[in-house]
Design a binder for this molecule. Structure first.
Ligand code: NAD
Length: 349
């Protein structure tokens, strides 16, 4: 029997506290593996989705974005900011919440925090790309930028790709100390590095995850040897990049949704003819991933709505038969759907 309107008017809300309970209940690394598979499954269905470059409201301090998509059955959007200077005053660089809805009635299905979920889905997406693009048997990753995303990235690469050593570097030694402390005892060899050059030594994967609203040069061409896979996450906004242009000249570059990455990714530094491959084509077998051991591969990640859609669907299925949510009456539910005014009047009585 289809759900009644009043059943649909009450929806689950997953707070930060409940998201943390859920992650511990499932197990962090298990969840990262399951999310990687969930995102990859939706990448296989890529042509089915409605796709649009996200709506971005830019200011001097950062950006506020809305990221919508639909597969025709479900609709999802995320609200997310990106404010690199926030950290200095005790706010997070990236904070988010999101909503999953039914397409048939347009009614919401679930509202949830997405600050933690963004860190999880971004790590899962990085791991999804690395398991197809990183060199065979990769065991060492450089992690440049040791902020809020860093530990999630490290653990996803361990759980999904088999990374054993993380070489940590951040311009702020306190951030590196925090990441090393958080990752201790999790089966990774942790090397704290004093320079980015030291961090990339022997690394088969280099993840750049810094936050600066600038054309930064976190990696220069001479730091990237043959065969390395670069997972570039922090350049995700117009005027915000991490890699020297010369690296892009040598790399084979994979992107999420090309029209969005042309505006926001590392490739904003290149002209429109610069060749890229949308990663869903690799997942679906239409395009080649890494073609030889010496190739430099670059996953120019900016974050795309389909990854949030996958994460929202995953959480929605995972909270079923648990108490890791509260019911909220986010929608008005008059007895007679045309009598919205009457419902308001009766509440005054
Ligand atoms: P954060 O502010 O918590 O951490 C950023 C870290 O980068 C800080 O510790 C800072 O000291 C360090 N840093 C800044 N400049 C550096 C440099 N030149 N060298 C080394 N370290 C440097 O931010 P976060 O939440 O970890 O996010 C990191 C970046 O990832 C942000 O730019 C964010 O917008 C981006 N991001 C991308 C995606 C995606 O899907 N691609 C998702 C989430 C976040």
């Amino acid at each position: 029997m289809p759900p009644s309107p009043s059943q649909l008017a009450l929806i689950p809300f997953v707070s930060v506290a409940n998201m943390m309970r859920l992650v511990h209940h499932v197990g962090l690394e298990t969840m990262l593996c399951e999310l990687t598979d969930a995102v990859e499954a939706d990448y296989r269905r890529w042509p089915l989705f409605e796709k649009t470059a996200r709506l971005a409201s830019h200011s001097q301090e950062g950006v506020i974005e809305l990221m919508p998509t639909s597969d025709g059955e479900s609709f999802a959007f995320k609200y997310v900011n990106g404010h690199p200077a926030n950290i200095a005053s005790g706010f997070q660089t990236v904070a988010a919440f999101g909503l999953l809805a039914r397409v048939d009635t347009g009614y919401p299905l679930m509202l949830t925090e997405m600050t933690l979920l963004t860190a999880l889905r971004t790590a899962a997406t990085s791991a999804m790309a690395a398991r197809r693009l990183a060199p065979e048997g990769a065991r060492v990753m450089a992690m440049i930028g040791n902020g809020a995303q860093a530990e999630f990235q490290a653990l996803a690469m361990k759980a999904v790709v088999g990374i054993e050593e993380i070489r940590l570097y951040d311009i702020d030694a306190n951030a590196t100390a925090k990441a090393a402390r958080n990752l201790a005892g999790r089966g990774l060899r942790l090397i704290r590095c004093a320079t980015p050059e030291d961090a990339v030594l022997g690394a088969e994967i280099i993840t750049t995850c810094t936050a600066d609203k600038a054309y930064a040069t976190i990696l220069t061409d001479n730091m990237v040897g043959a065969g390395v896979h670069i997972n570039a996450i922090g350049g995700d906004c117009p005027g915000k990049t991490e890699l020297h242009k010369d690296i892009l000249q040598r790399a084979q570059t994979f992107v999420e949704f090309e029209p969005q990455t042309r505006i926001e990714g590392e490739i904003q530094q290149m002209d429109a003819a610069y060749p890229v491959t949308e990663f869903w084509r690799v997942v679906s077998g239409e395009a080649e991933g890494r073609s030889d051991a010496a190739q430099i591969t670059l996953f120019d990640s900016v974050g795309f709505a389909i990854e949030d859609f996958s994460a929202l669907k995953y959480i929605h299925s995972r909270i079923e038969a648990t108490d890791f949510f509260q019911q909220i009456d986010i929608l008005a539910d008059p007895d007679d759907p045309r009598d919205l005014f009457g419902m308001l009047q009766r509440a005054a009585a």
